[in-house]
Design a binder for this molecule. Sequence first.
Ligand code: FES
Ligand SMILES: [Fe+2]
Length: 375
Amino acid sequence: MPASLQNYLEEGRRAVMRPLAEASTLPPAFYTSPDVFAAEEAHVFRRNWVAVGRASEIPEAGNRFRIDVAGEPLLIVRGKEGAVRALSAVCRHRWMLLGTDGTGTISCPYHKWTYALDGSLMAAPLMEQAEGFDRAECALPSFACEVWNGFILVNLSGDAAPLAGQLQPLAAELEPWKMDEMEIVGRIEFDQAYNWKVLVDNFMEAYHHFAIHPETFEPNYPAAISYCEPSNGPYAALRMPHKDNELSHPLFKPLGGIPEFAQRGFSVFNIYPFMLIAVLADSVIWYRMEIAGIDRFKLTIYLLAHPASTDVPDAETLKHFLREATFAVHMEDLPACEGVQRGLQSGTARAGRLSHLEGAIHAHQTWLLGELGRA
Ligand code: FES
Ligand SMILES: [Fe+2]
């Protein structure tokens, strides 16, 4: 471990590892130091489950998409027998990245080595004179991959415990939503230029509602009555009750069995390290982050709803409205996230004291220090 990382961890523990009422945030170096980011990639992103997509994006055998996790180029593929796999997207010949062209076999664009959907090398043109060349030794490596509630998650190190077991009782709470059957009803993409934790922090507190969302959120979901629920697993929950305990007005038709709380407010969750979902009575909004560097990531906001929920007149108009509203909310959050990123570079920046409304940030940062401490 670099000496600087050791110092940062000690400084971080002093700031964070105390009761919430006495705690501060992680110090700015956790958002700006290349040593910390390298440790996050190696010990947090690689060793935990990272959500990469929805199983419904690759419904047929041979369907696939590309994504990077912790700098590792992956090809997420639906295999012949229906299983979803996370294969390395790096050709075993001379490291060309494999693309998503075609739907059958996977063919490298450089010299056309061709792989089956399970990663085995099927053909390598003009290799007859390479002595001892064994196709069996040239399969694409594969990584641990799980589908949970319709989300595809990847664990690069292969030693994370199965996700479903780690997420009780969250998994039980989410059952009535039947997320595995949900469809993508909209998708919005942004290139973001700030540290990934700036978005996690923003997503997991409603303290800023009155300042940043005075017309969109605050009138219905006031900052002051939001609260964080402690969890025993690797996730945090933030509850946002509706003002005066009123019923919310969902766009679509909520499924039967949605609990009373969800009809009078909504919840957001962070499944660590950074799977951010907002669970509303009639839909789920997922902020997928593809982290490309210490201060940049691609954000894809997925809007998900069950087909039985969207079976309403004017569904297309409502989907459009959901997309516009979600976009507008993120456009409100964006200047705050960018402002924080700028402020973090200042010589005056230091760990900041937390409000009692920021328990989910405190829980996440406590968890993160634990993970980095394993380095
Ligand atoms: S690099 Fe893939 S076939 Fe040559
Ligand atoms: Fe916000």
